[in-house]
Design a protein. Sequence first.
Length: 315
Amino acid sequence: MSSPVVLFDYPGPKALRTNRILTVVGILGVLAVLALVAKKMGDASQLDPAMWLVFLNPEAWTAYLIPGLIGTLMATVFSVFLAGIFGVLFGAGRLSHSAWVRRPSGVVVEFFRAVPVLIMMYFFKYLLVWGGWFDSAFNPLIAVTLALTLYNGSVIAELVRSGVHALPKGQHEAGLSLGLTQGQTLRLIQLPQSLVAMLPALIAQLVVVLKDSALGVAITYQDLVFWSKTLGSAYANTVPAYIVAAALFIALNYAVTKLADWVEQRLRRTQHVAGPITNAEPNVIQGTGEPGDSATNALDDVLEHLGHDEPESRG
């Protein structure tokens, strides 16, 4: 039996003592920073109870925070849905055997992966204002959704491509041996397996979509950050408002992660697998023919073993 691979040497007594000292120093450093932040907030009267009692007022939620949560969730849901469609289509396009499909798909994916999300939001916002195709109240939402869709859809397309390439080559060859075309093999055999295999990466991308929606405040999209800023201006408690917004983002990200984990477990549980291996022996009928006997004599032996009469005619 081969010995386990060790990536680093086990620390000795001196190294353990050094690690403990560095850990204590790091904790003390973090506590010092937190104490300094608390002192600055106290000097600015941001820790006064009146600043935090605002969040016990129903108006702070109904007029500011809940509309912000709705705006954030709207942009996230639309972007996730469209990015999933975009990613699967262009991921499959990058896997196509036709150069006329594969190369344009690669250009689109690489382009939108390289452009920052905030720049795309600015671009689409001014494009929509210039075009005047929609009501001005919907332009920020459309711009945020388009930017998040194109960027995250491109990332998902790369996840799809890498997931398919990570599958054993026998999956592709088995599909072709069954008479399926290249596209059918990709669509019916490879894509379903790769999507389940890359679920952890897709979960991480969902969290990225949710967090990046906060960039919409730069183009006056009324999301959670926008309304938290407005709340802070209305009640003169900007720092507490942003802290509450950060806590709400953490809660949303945790909820998305748990939901995605539940979906992943459901998908893995419903996968079809082969039946269990048994030790049952096959029902083999042992004939009495000897090597060199004709096929007719062998058939007679089998029928006699089964209790049938000799056939009247053998054609």
